[in-house]
Design a protein around this ligand. Structure first.
Ligand code: CUA
Length: 354
């Protein structure tokens, strides 16, 4: 079979599989942001390419077995129909040891065993290939899963170079990334289909995911382990930047927020520091240093809020702050009732934190 025929068949099967995935359908329906591609068959790094090849092997073998079984079934029904037509009362062959069916069963068992062994072999080869990613000069990131958002910590050469972000994972193109995974509450799973396979985040145990992005772009990620009511809205984006663009982003993220001089922004900062926001969030450069919720030091530079649930625009941010439960029922963030002017000032201040 030619490669493009295989790819066409795989795409069709994938579309059929997507019809049966209510979580993906719901997430698409309620997420008004335009996410990057979320596609395990469009590999932008070596890890996803290995997994994609294994997937193709599985699809081809399983489809061949499925078709062979259907053909066998149709043949058996056709032959039994013909036998009944010729002499419905002839039961003389019952209980006789027939060579034909005996050979069919034995050959089917042998072929099944060989195919299963091939699938096991393919899995082992892929597993070994995944472990061979070159880790020269890696970028070290720690990702902690929370219900229902992602806490990101980028490690630098010194503690002062280390900084936190949330829900948007920037990585440099062409450089290996080593992600240490932890969870703060229940089991989550980090899944970046265009870049790597899934890896669980388990409370009390650190796991590691390694990948490399070879093409710049935005790639959607998703929590892939049911972790509670808002599991479907625990998404994130991986933004693969060319190295110099990534370095500029890192340099900006390491800076604390500057004190605003504009009166509206100053009022927004005061609102933030005297309302319940300060109980859970951090803004570096202010007295807000709580770690229960996403670090907001550079929240204005992100494209989405609430872990990929809403676009980061003033109208959506206002609605989110006023009543997060409208968008993510069960989320830990409480409603923050503010006057119109206070809300406008707060949203302007947060959007200014680039
Ligand atoms: Cu976190 Cu599902």
């Amino acid at each position: 079979m030619r490669t493009d025929t295989i790819h066409r068949a795989v795409r069709t099967l994938r579309a059929v599989a997507a019809l049966g995935c209510p979580t993906a359908a719901l997430a698409q329906e309620r997420t008004p942001v335009v996410p990057g591609p979320h596609d395990a068959l469009v590999a932008v790094g070596p890890q996803a390419a290995h997994i994609g090849q294994l997937w193709n092997v599985f699809v081809v073998i399983c489809t061949a077995v499925f078709v062979a079984v259907l053909i066998g079934l149709v043949l058996a029904l056709w032959r039994s129909g013909r036998a009944r037509e010729s002499d419905p009362a002839d039961l003389s062959s019952l209980g006789r040891h027939e060579r034909g069916p005996y050979l069919s069963v034995v050959s089917s068992v042998v072929v099944s065993a060989v195919l299963l062994l091939l699938l096991v072999l393919g899995s082992v080869v892929t597993d070994r290939a995944l472990a061979k990613l070159s880790l020269v000069n890696p970028l070290n990131i720690e990702v902690t899963g929370h219900q229902w958002w992602w806490d990101l910590r980028y490690y630098g050469d010194s503690p002062s170079d280390t900084f936190n972000a949330a829900n948007e994972l920037h990585v440099p193109v062409g450089r290996p990334v080593v992600v240490k995974l932890n969870s703060n509450d229940v089991i989550h799973s980090l899944w970046l289909p265009n870049l790597a396979g899934k890896k669980d985040l388990i409370p009390g145990r650190t796991t590691v995911l390694q990948f490399r992005a070879d093409r710049p772009g935005r790639y959607r990620g998703q929590c892939a382990e049911f972790c509670g009511f808002q599991h479907a809205f625990m998404a994130f984006e991986v933004i693969a930047d060319p190295p110099e663009q990534f370095d500029a982003w890192v340099a900006a993220q390491r800076q604390p927020a500057t004190d605003p001089s504009d009166p509206t922004l100053r009022r927004g900062q005061e609102v933030f520091l005297r309302s319940s926001c300060i109980m859970c969030h951090t803004i570096q450069g202010t007295i807000a240093g709580a770690r229960q919720a996403p670090d907001l030091t550079h929240v204005g530079s992100r494209t989405t809020i609430a872990a990929g649930t809403l676009p980061n625009r003033p109208a959506e941010l206002t609605s989110w702050i006023a009543n997060p439960q409208d968008y993510k029922p069960g989320a830990n963030m409480p409603a923050t009732p503010l006057s119109g002017d206070d809300m406008r000032a707060l949203v302007s201040y947060l959007e200014s934190l680039k």
